[in-house]
Design a protein around this ligand. Structure first.
Ligand SMILES: N[C@@H](CCC(=O)N[C@@H](CS)C(=O)NCC(=O)O)C(=O)O
Length: 205
């Protein structure tokens, strides 16, 4: 059975949503980031990077949401969580997921979770940088009605992690980011996502 190491509401929720949407046989193990459980020798033996998510599989441990999402989509083709109709369509989804992991996530993470927290001008600059990334998704990368077009894919759950953070922090204005807000509402309404929220002890935002 697959085992997902996650922290509630953190980026591992993308992998959690994918597993649930796929109907995968999996269990979850909570890692308390505030208690620094991600830095314990036990967890570092699973993921030496000391971050969540990590997915223990029969072949070994996978880290990085972008890789876990690809693995889940490819090992559960019946769930149709990725467009595999052409190399281009599949690569375009990887490009979107890579942008989320390598560009949007670090920008939003810096604005919201920098330690020590950013102050005044540095905080404003970080927020502005995060908004530039959200704007890129809203105006260019998001295809609609789902992130990658007509069909729901693993990219949708991944994107929703960061739009949840933005909405919770009060900077994902509905008038400035109508597509992202509508998308988040539709993702959070999905039965699989509601099951994930309940399992992580969270509510829709
Ligand atoms: N690129 C990685 C990022 C993983 C990551 O930064 N996870 C955060 C939670 S969103 C974490 O575990 N942080 C704990 C720490 O840095 O100590 C991925 O997408 O899997």
């Amino acid at each position: 059975m697959l085992k997902l190491y996650y922290s509630p509401g953190a980026c591992a929720m993308a992998s959690h949503i994918a597993l649930e949407e796929a109907g995968a046989d999996y269990e979850i193990v909570k890692i308390d980031l505030r208690a620094r459980q991600q830095k314990t020798p036990e967890y570092l033996a699973i993921n030496p990077a000391g971050v969540t998510p990590a997915l223990a599989t029969e072949q070994g441990v996978l880290t990085e949401n972008a890789a876990i999402l690809t693995f889940v989509a490819q090992t559960h083709p019946e769930a149709k969580l990725a467009d595999t109709s052409s190399a281009f369509a599949f690569a375009r989804m990887l490009a979107f997921n890579s942008f989320l992991g390598a560009s949007l996530h670090p920008a939003v993470g810096r604005a919201l979770f920098a330690k020590p927290p950013l102050e005044s001008e540095a905080k404003e600059a970080a927020l502005e940088a995060a908004l530039v990334k959200y704007r890129l998704v809203e105006d260019h990368l998001f295809q609609g009605p789902w992130a990658m077009g007509e069909a729901y894919t693993v990219s949708d759950g991944y994107l929703s992690v960061f739009t949840r953070w933005g909405r919770q922090a009060g900077f994902l204005d509905k008038e400035r980011f109508p597509k992202l807000n509508d998308h988040l509402d539709r993702v959070q309404a999905r039965p699989a996502v509601q099951a994930v929220l309940a399992a992580e002890g969270l509510s829709a935002v």
